[in-house]
Write a protein that binds this ligand. Sequence first.
Ligand code: ATP
Ligand code: MG
Length: 429
Amino acid sequence: MSKSLQAIRGMNDILPEQTPLWRHFEGTVARLLDNYSYKQIRMPIVEFTELFKRSIGEVTDIVEKEMYTFDDRNGDSLTLRPEGTAACVRAVLEHGITGGGQVQKLWYIGPMFRHERPQKGRYRQFHQIGLEVFNLDGPDIDAELIVLTWRLWGELGIRDAVKLELNSLGTSESRGRYREALVAFLSTHLDKLDEDSQRRLKTNPLRVLDTKNADTQAILADAPKMADYLDDESRLHFEGLKARLDAVGIPYVINPKLVRGLDYYSKTVFEWVTDKLGAQGTVCAGGRYDGLVEQMGGKPTPGVGFAMGIERLVLMLETLEQIPEEISRQVDVYLCAFGEAAELAGLALAERVRDQLPNLRLQVNAGAGSFKSQFKKADKSGALYALILGDDEMAQQVVGFKPLRGQGEQQSIAWDALAAHLATCIVQG
Ligand code: ATP
Ligand code: MG
């Protein structure tokens, strides 16, 4: 096939048989966020390249090697957004909606772009739902973000398959002191570190903690511990978060090596991880970024947020078979009309039923065809019932009401009584 007829590597179509599960996921999240009073914000998917460099940090994987950057026709350097926080901060600053300490609890959904090696759970266009909260600095709000994801996992039926990992990176002062201690320690083992870690030691030393290299990990076992460098403020904040998670009964493990890939975090960082997806096990990740807004040119404004990867969570629903029955069935009732007069009557009847049962999934088959072929289609649609409208039914102003899944015998229902009858037969999602 010619290359122009293929999607770009790592960028996927989401096909009609997949979209019901996506919509189930997205709908569940949107309803939950309404319940917690978060408001949706929508940002463009392209921003000035400089925005991401300044916020995410020059020496991060994202900025160093993953961004889709291009010059537009004016010669401006633009980038397809690799994540949502930078654009969200840009938007709240531009519109002044966090000024004067105004609290904002925001969420967004949409595609993100990173030039990574495509594999299961890792794509070049992927989708996130993210939350950002501004002007609340206490551990109660960090806890709220985690509590609401915990509820989400419960509603989706995947709670037993995810684990919460937590860490505190401290304030920028305590992080600075820890960085110095870590650099001093690692410098004495420089020749034994893997190449990547040697480079990170110079550019972004905390990221060395993140290494997958076993030898470097062994060296790190004796490295100074971040927890020993937390100042009182950070320690109290972290204790406050843990107390709240304990109060709700949310299990967690402290992972002292959790540092996250982005530069802007301070104090709380967390990840929800699973062992059900192979190597790409982080389904949701975030943390506090109290210095970011100021760093981007705004007034000091505390912030905290997270993003979850929709592809990975949808994969989890599939893997764990947490697919609600009503979304695997997309049609409740299938109407077959035979002949031209029946087709017209069927159309009008279907609209009357839709007036009364707005949630009913009713498919009308306007095509011609034998009884046999129409029933085949009705059956294939997944519908629970077929409605039959032929010459006999027209004469009596009834429809044949035929259960397709072994729920009893066919009966005749008067047109006027059809909606009421359907309402008793079908539990609507
Ligand atoms: P990873 O360590 O897997 O690369 P990350 O730290 O780069 O993740 P974040 O920037 O924190 O990821 O993004 C939040 C979430 O978005 C991740 O936990 C993951 O679920 C999802 N995600 C990130 N990158 C991708 C990708 N390339 N493809 C699919 N999902 C992704
Ligand atoms: Mg990454």
